[in-house]
Design a protein around this ligand. Structure first.
Ligand code: HEM
Length: 714
C-alpha cells in the first residue's frame, strides 16, 4: 500500500485519542504534602484518569522532584522531571516571518450559486454543496505577542477542505498590495518590521525605514492610501472585507479560462475604529479582536461572510487602463459587479490555539481543478514562498500530516519518510511506474488525467513566453490613477482620516528627506491631500515627483468607502452601560433587554465589581470602571443617581469614559443625573448625545459630523 492519508484526524487513527490530555475529569481529593504543597490525588486509581508521562508511565507525585534526602540535591535519574522540563524547553517554534499574530476559527462554506459554466471546481458545481473551512485572521508586521489594533493590513486566510483537496485562499482585508513583483517582498517586510539595529518599533509602520522604502516605490502609493485609511484599524475581525488580491483563473470543463477576483463581504458590514480609539484599545485590551471573535462564536453569534467573484475575460482586461496582473490595482465594482456565490460561517472555536491556529499552514499553491493561477509576478513568488517557509516554521516536510493541515479527502502518493512521519505506509510500492500488482502485491496509486489538476496554458495571450527577461511590463507603470480614485471616493471625513494618518506617521519619521519624498509623491495623487499633509507637518510642499505615466482620471467608486456603506443597527455591536450605587435597576434592565433583542450585546460597568445596592434590588457589573474603558464599546449609556454621579465626576476613569466615547464619535445615552459628568468631560449636546430612552432608536452608529468640532484633523 502507498501512503494513505487520514480521512479526518491522523492522531485519532493512530490511536492517540485515548491518550489526549483532558480526556476526562477524574474524581480527586486534595491533600497537603509534607512541605505544605497542594497535592491532588485520584480517588479511585483503578478507574480514574491517571496523569502519565509521554510514554504512558503513571506519575505518583507531580509536585516534587526526586532528591537525595528532603533537602538534598535533585537526582539525574528523575526521568519524570527531566521529561517535563525537556518538553517545556522546546515548546516554542519560530513565529511566522509575517502575519505572526493571528486568530483562527473553524466553520463551513456553502455554495449559494452554482457556476459550472465558468469553473469545474467541485465546490461550485451545485447550490447547497458545502465543505469545512478553517480561517486565520492576522496582523502583518507585529510579533505573535503584539497587540490586535495597530494600524496594519489584516490577513484573511481561508482553508477550504474540499472533496478535491485543500484550496487555500490566502488574502488580506485590502484588495491591493504594496508591490508588484515578489522580488521586492523581503525588502518591504524588512522595512516595516522593527528597525534592524534598534529592535523597535513593534507592530508599527510609523518609522523611518518603512516610509523611506515606500517613498522610493511609487507602485506602493495606492496601497498607502488604503493603509492610511480606516480600513487598517478595523472595529472587529467580523467587520472586515477580505480579498484574494490577485487575479486568479477559473477553468471550466471545456478547458476555457476566465479571470476571477475573490471578495469576502461581511454580513455585519464594514466598520472601523478611529485612531485615538485604536491606540487606547491596545492598552485596554491587547486581545480586543481575538476576544471579540472567540466570544461571538462561543455565544452562538456566528460571524458570516458572502463570497463574491468578479469574473472577466482577456478581451475586457486588454481594454483597461491598468493591467489585471498587477496586484497594486483593483477592479472597480462599478465596472465588474461582485457576484455572490457562497457563504462562509465561522461556528466553532479552536480547541487548542497552538495545535490549530499556530500550526495551520496556508499555501497559495493549494488550488483545486477549476481554479488556477495567473502570471501576476507577485502571486508567482508566493507560490514558492509559503511551502518553503512552512519547512522552516514547522520543521518538517511532513507538516501536511498535522491534523489542521491534512486534507479531509484521501491522499495517496509515493512520498516517504522524513522527520516526524506519523503515517505508516505499507508494502513495497514507493516508486512508480511499477508492476508489483503482477506479483499479487498492492502497486499503489496512479495519475488521473481527466480529473487531475492540469495547468491552464497562457499561450496566445498578451505575454510572449519564449523570451526570458527581467523586466516590469509597461502596463504596470501607472502608479497614481487608482490611488487618486481611492482617495476621491472617500467621504470628506474619511479623507481627513487619511490625511491625519499620514501626518501622524510622517511625524514619527525623523529623516526630513523621506518626509519630502512622500509629499512629492502625494502631489501626484491629489494636490489638496499633499497640501493638507504639508500643513499638518508645517513644511513647504516640495516639487512634484516625476510619474512614469500620465494620470487617468477614473470615476468615483462608492464601494471603496466604509462610511458610504455603513450598516446601522446593533447586530454585532457592544454597548457599555454604567451604573453605580442607587441606580435604577429597571432602567438598566430595560436598556439591556432592548439592545440584546436588537441583536447587540451589553456589558455592565460599575465602580465596583461585586453586588451593588441599587433601586429595585442589587446589580452586579461585568467589569470595573477603570478596567473597562469606553473604547471597548460601540456605544455607551449611563444610569446614575445624582449623588453617585457627583462622586464619579471627581474620578478620572469616569470622566475619561465619557470624554473618549464623545471623542470617538460614539452614541452616548444618559440619564439626567449624569449631566454633571458630561459637563466635566466637555460633552456637548448633539445628534448622538441623547436621553437613554432614545438609545434603541438612534442605535450605535458613529456621529462623524461631531469630529471636526472636537479634533483638529489634517
Ligand atoms: C511575494 C509576496 C509575498 C510573499 C513572499 C509572502 C510570504 C508570506 C510568508 C512567508 C508568510 C508566513 C506563512 C507562515 O509562516 O505560515 C505569509 C503569510 C501570509 N501572507 Fe503572505 N506573502 C506575500 C504577499 C502576500 C499577499 C499579496 C497577501 C494577500 C493577498 C498575503 C497574505 C498572507 C496571509 C494572510 C498570511 C498569513 C497566513 C496565516 O494566517 O497563517 N501575502 N506570507
Amino acid at each position: 500500500m502507498a501512503v494513505s492519508g487520514p480521512k479526518s484526524d491522523a492522531a485519532l487513527e493512530n490511536g492517540l485519542a485515548d491518550h489526549q490530555p483532558g480526556a476526562g475529569s477524574p474524581d480527586y481529593e486534595t491533600m497537603v504534602g509534607e512541605g505544605g504543597e497542594t497535592q491532588q490525588r485520584l480517588q479511585d486509581e483503578r478507574s480514574g484518569d491517571a496523569l502519565t508521562d509521554n510514554f504512558g508511565h503513571r506519575i505518583a507525585d507531580n509536585q516534587n522532584s526526586l532528591k537525595a534526602g528532603a533537602r538534598g540535591p535533585t537526582l539525574l535519574e528523575d526521568f519524570v522531571l527531566r521529561e517535563k522540563i525537556f518538553h517545556f524547553d522546546h515548546e516554542r517554534i519560530p513565529e511566522r516571518i509575517v502575519h505572526a499574530r493571528g486568530s483562527g476559527a473553524h466553520g463551513i462554506f456553502e455554495c449559494t450559486k452554482a457556476i459550472p459554466d465558468v469553473t469545474k471546481a467541485s465546490i461550485f458545481q451545485k447550490k447547497g454543496a458545502s465543505c469545512p473551512v478553517f480561517v486565520r485572521f492576522s496582523t502583518v508586521a507585529g510579533g505573535a505577542g503584539s497587540v490586535d489594533t495597530p494600524r496594519d493590513v489584516r490577513g484573511f486566510a481561508v482553508k477550504f477542505y474540499t472533496e478535491a483537496g485543500n484550496w487555500d485562499l490566502v488574502g488580506n482585508n485590502i484588495p491591493v498590495f504594496f508591490i508588484q513583483d515578489a522580488m521586492k517582498f523581503p525588502d518591504l517586510i524588512h522595512s516595516v518590521k522593527m528597525e534592524a539595529d534598534r529592535g523597535y518599533p513593534q507592530a508599527a509602520s510609523a518609522h523611518d525605514t518603512f516610509w523611506d522604502f515606500v517613498s522610493l516605490m511609487p507602485e506602493s502609493m495606492h496601497m498607502i492610501m488604503w493603509a492610511m485609511s480606516d480600513r487598517a484599524i478595523p472595529r472587529s475581525l467580523r467587520m472586515m472585507e477580505g480579498f484574494g488580491v490577485h487575479s486568479f483563473r477559473f477553468i471550466n470543463q471545456d478547458g476555457d479560462g476566465k479571470f476571477v477576483k475573490f471578495h469576502w463581504k461581511p454580513v455585519l458590514g464594514v466598520a472601523s475604529q478611529v485612531w485615538d480609539e485604536a491606540v487606547k484599545t491596545a492598552g485596554a485590551d491587547p486581545d480586543f479582536h481575538r476576544r471579540d471573535l472567540y466570544e461571538a462564536i462561543a455565544s452562538g453569534d456566528y460571524p458570516a461572510w458572502d463570497l463574491g467573484v468578479q469574473i472577466f475575460d482577456e478581451a475586457w482586461a486588454a481594454e483597461q487602463p491598468y493591467d489585471v496582473l498587477d496586484a497594486t490595482k483593483l477592479i472597480p465594482e462599478e465596472d465588474i459587479p461582485v457576484e455572490i456565490i457562497g457563504r462562509l460561517t465561522l461556528n466553532r472555536n479552536v480547541d487548542n490555539f497552538f495545535a490549530e491556529t499556530e500550526q495551520v499552514a496556508f499555501l497559495p499553491s493549494n488550488v483545486i481543478p477549476g481554479i488556477d493561477f495567473t502570471n501576476d509576478p507577485l502571486l508567482q513568488g508566493r507560490l514558492f514562498s509559503y511551502l518553503d517557509t512552512q519547512k522552516s516554521r514547522l520543521g518538517t516536510t511532513n507538516f501536511h500530516q498535522i491534523p489542521i493541515n491534512a486534507p479531509k479527502c484521501p491522499f495517496h502518493n509515493m512520498q516517504r519518510d522524513g522527520l516526524m512521519q506519523t503515517l505508516v505506509p505499507k508494502g513495497r510500492a514507493n516508486y512508480e511506474p511499477n508492476s508489483l500488482n503482477e506479483a499479487g502485491e498492492d502497486s499503489g496509486p496512479r495519475v488521473a488525467p481527466e480529473t487531475g489538476f492540469t495547468s491552464f496554458s497562457d499561450n496566445g495571450e498578451r505575454n510572449d513566453p519564449t523570451d526570458k527577461m527581467r523586466i516590469r511590463a509597461e502596463t504596470f507603470a501607472d502608479h497614481y490613477s487608482q490611488a487618486r480614485m481611492f482617495y476621491l471616493s472617500q467621504t470628506e471625513n474619511e479623507q481627513a482620516h487619511i490625511a491625519s494618518a499620514i501626518v501622524f506617521e510622517l511625524s514619527k519619521v525623523v529623516m526630513p528627506h523621506v518626509r519630502l519624498r512622500v509629499l512629492s509623491r502625494l502631489r501626484n495623487i491629489d494636490e489638496d491631500l499633499a497640501q493638507r499633509v504639508a500643513d499638518g507637518l508645517s513644511i513647504a510642499l516640495p516639487e512634484k515627483a516625476p510619474a512614469a505615466r500620465d494620470l487617468v482620471e477614473m470615476p468615483i467608486s462608492d464601494a471603496l468607502s466604509i462610511q458610504k456603506n455603513a450598516k446601522d443597527g446593533f447586530a454585532g455591536r457592544k454597548v457599555g452601560i454604567l451604573f453605580a450605587e442607587g441606580s435604577d435597576k429597571a432602567m438598566v434592565e430595560k436598556l439591556k433587554t432592548g439592545v440584546e433583542k436588537a441583536g447587540g450585546s451589553v456589558f455592565l460597568v460599575a465602580p465596583k465589581i461585586g453586588p451593588l445596592k441599587v433601586k429595585g434590588g442589587t446589580l452586579e457589573a461585568d467589569g470595573k470602571l477603570d478596567g473597562s474603558p469606553s473604547v471597548l464599546f460601540d456605544a455607551i449609556a449611563s444610569v446614575l443617581m445624582p449623588q453617585s454621579a457627583e462622586i464619579l465626576s471627581k474620578q478620572g476613569a469616569a470622566v475619561q469614559w465619557f470624554m473618549d466615547a464623545y471623542g470617538h464619535c460614539k452614541t452616548i445615552a444618559h440619564c439626567p443625573g449624569t449631566q454633571i459628568i458630561l459637563d466635566k468631560a466637555g460633552v456637548e449636546k448633539d445628534d448622538g448625545v441623547i436621553p437613554n430612552e432614545m438609545l434603541l432608536d438612534k442605535g450605535p452608529k458613529r456621529h462623524w459630523a461631531r469630529e471636526p468640532k472636537i479634533r483638529d484633523l489634517a
